[in-house]
Design a protein around this ligand. Structure first.
Ligand code: F0G
Length: 352
């Protein structure tokens, strides 16, 4: 008999959270069974910051990032509306997710990516799922401006987070956290790029409290990379630069959503440097055995930097999987040279 006998299988975020989402019985559900990602206790990080810290491992979604939560809904609703083509601008993860869910729905998927600034794994995903990949000479912000205008010129649905279905689907991350912890955490730490996800989590926490599923609301702490920190600076950044290419964004579409989340929750939006991001990236891998993207590590870099009251319950969202960007990992480390294939050489190389 199966070890899972008697346990109900996870059905993906639309079926699991249907009453909270804009779907009807007529909506064709396009799912890869996203969601139900682990909320991993982080003992060493907890000791370091004097709090009880959990890591929400969004890299374990079907395409390796949190984007799948919003994409299942955006593609399902596009299918319901009869769309045959979808389009997005992306720093990589949205394009990977749109490509996968678009293929599942039998739709044409076009993705605009900034030339030379997306991680190799994400480019591979968009290509392998059959998307029409357009490399644009310009950054994400420029690509998104073109995408915004596309529906006026061609029959396509935009699946960036300017599409409200994306935000609605991403609320489910907050639902899962509350379902596991029994209530909302005291503090929620999250990287901020185009600012859709912080907007979605805050809305998710509000929705769940309204529904009586939680009794408190977290302080929302959002973190931008210092070289791409328009919200922190209070002005758009024309040429954003950061090692964390996923959040290399100078003019976030959900700017207002992010500032509202921060101010309404008593939180804030702060900047972390590339050095701080890389230190958190290494710490997570070495001390907590979690390999995440550099952009994801911004949430932990920020937690370490700004601190929280002693004993707080904290959730850091790790938005994407480290395997998306092996080039970055390797560039931070020394790859050993080969040794002769004999016992003495191997023992010497191991150093034991
Ligand atoms: N972390 C990762 C790994 C991301 O890919 C993104 C955004 C963010 C954080 C920031 O989330 O934009 O909702 O504030 N990636 C988008 C993309 C922009 O195109 O894949 P946000």
């Amino acid at each position: 008999m199966s070890r899972l006998a008697g346990r109900r299988a996870w059905r993906g975020i639309i079926e699991e959270y249907r009453p909270y989402l804009p779907v009807t019985d007529e909506t064709p559900v396009v799912t890869l069974l996203e969601g139900a990602t682990p909320l991993l206790p982080a003992p060493r990080l907890s000791a370091r910051v004097g709090a009880e810290v959990f890591l929400k491992l969004e890299g374990l979604n079907p395409t390796g990032s949190f984007k799948d939560r919003g994409m299942t809904l955006a593609i399902s609703r596009a299918a319901e509306a009869g769309a045959e083509a979808v389009v997005c601008a992306s720093t990589g993860n949205t394009s990977a997710s749109a490509a996968a869910y678009g293929a599942r729905a039998g739709m044409v998927c076009a993705v605009l990516i900034p030339e030379g600034h997306i991680a190799l794994g994400k480019l591979a995903q968009a290509l392998v799922h059959g998307a029409r990949v357009v490399q644009v000479r310009g950054n994400f912000d420029v690509a998104l401006e073109i995408v915004r205008e596309l529906p006026a010129r061609a029959p396509v649905v935009v699946v960036n987070s300017i599409n409200p279905d994306r935000i609605a689907g991403q609320m489910t991350g907050a639902f899962e956290i509350v379902d596991v912890l029994g209530d909302a955490p005291d503090v929620h730490c999250i990287p901020v790029g185009n600012a859709g996800n912080i907007t979605a989590y805050w809305r998710g926490y509000l929705e769940y409290r309204k529904a009586g599923r939680s009794s408190v609301l977290p302080r929302m702490l959002g973190f931008q990379a210092a070289g791409a920190a328009p919200i922190v600076n209070g002005a758009a950044v024309e040429n954003p630069e950061t090692i964390a290419t996923a959040i290399r964004i100078g003019n976030p579409a959900s700017w207002y959503g992010a500032t509202a989340a921060a101010s309404e929750s008593g939180g804030g939006i702060h900047a972390v440097t590339d050095d701080e991001i890389l230190q958190a990236y290494r710490f997570l891998a070495e001390e907590e055995s979690v390999f995440c993207e550099a952009a994801s590590a911004a949430s932990v870099a920020g937690l370490v930097k700004v601190g929280v009251p002693e004993g707080s319950r904290v959730v850091c969202v790790l938005t994407g999987h480290g395997l998306k960007d092996p080039d970055l990992a390797i560039s931070q480390l020394t790859v050993p040279t080969a040794v002769d294939a004999d016992m003495d050489s191997v023992l010497a190389a191991i150093g034991l």
